[in-house]
Design a protein around this ligand. Structure first.
Ligand code: PGA
Length: 223
């Protein structure tokens, strides 16, 4: 299975999000799992339209805590039935919101407690510590996104064979053949070179997912 995940980050009002779904069209493919990660407030409103376009939903984050007195936090249980996936430990969360490896590990536990699949973002040089903080019992249930800091939003993607080497390293550290995807300045022009790497199982797309036609081109280039 190949995963193509559109990470909208803090972009789009609900009207812009609905317009994106009106415009987006890509041929369905049984081997490609298309996933949309919009901002929290849009998840409920977009669920039906996303599904009719063959898109599953992901949240961009969850609370490291269960339900309770945690003002402003969205718990995993509140997303149950709404999303199938959750992005965790994106480098922007680690950098701007000071999330620690242990915070991310706690979020993994929360996600899996309600059967949300965690898509855990990791980067060099911390990859080993980021993965090791997660309880080994959870490792077989992860999707791991390798997102080198030098490639995110820079227009300067990682060398695909290097991303493949890191994907192998992740599988070795976890001792499980989990899906490892790549993220960082992926476009319709370069996605094919990442998809041809044997250890990579997809991509996390930021900038190139914001326009529905650009993202549809990227999906078509992946088929
Ligand atoms: P980018 O972002 O495609 O804009 O580089 C990827 C990501 O941060 O998930």
């Amino acid at each position: 299975m190949t995963y193509l995940i559109a990470n909208w980050k803090s972009h789009k009002t609900i009207v812009e999000a609905q317009h994106w779904l009106d415009e987006f069209s890509a041929p369905p493919h049984p081997d490609i799992n298309l996933i949309l990660a919009p901002p929290f407030p849009h998840l409920t409103a977009l669920k039906q339209a996303a599904s009719s376009h063959g898109l599953s939903l992901a949240a961009q984050d969850i609370s490291p805590f269960p339900d309770g007195a945690y003002t402003g936090a969205v718990s995993a249980r509140q997303l149950e039935g709404l999303v199938e996936y959750v992005l965790l430990g994106h480098s922007e969360r680690r950098r701007y919101f000071h999330e620690t490896h242990q915070d991310v590990a706690n979020k993994v536990a929360q996600a899996l407690s309600v059967n949300l699949t965690p898509i855990v973002c990791i980067d060099q040089p911390y990859l080993s510590a980021q993965l090791s903080a997660i309880e080994p019992v959870y490792w077989p249930h992860l999707i791991v996104a390798y997102e080198p800091l030098s490639a995110i939003g820079t227009g300067d993607p990682e060398d695909p064979s290097r991303a493949n080497t890191v994907a192998r390293q992740v599988k070795d550290i976890l001792s499980v053949d989990v899906p490892v995807i790549y993220g960082g300045s992926a476009t319709s022009d370069n996605i094919g070179t990442f998809f041809s790497q044997p250890a990579l199982a997809g991509a996390l797309i930021g900038q190139s997912s914001l326009d529905p036609h650009t993202f549809a081109d990227l999906v078509k280039s992946s088929l």
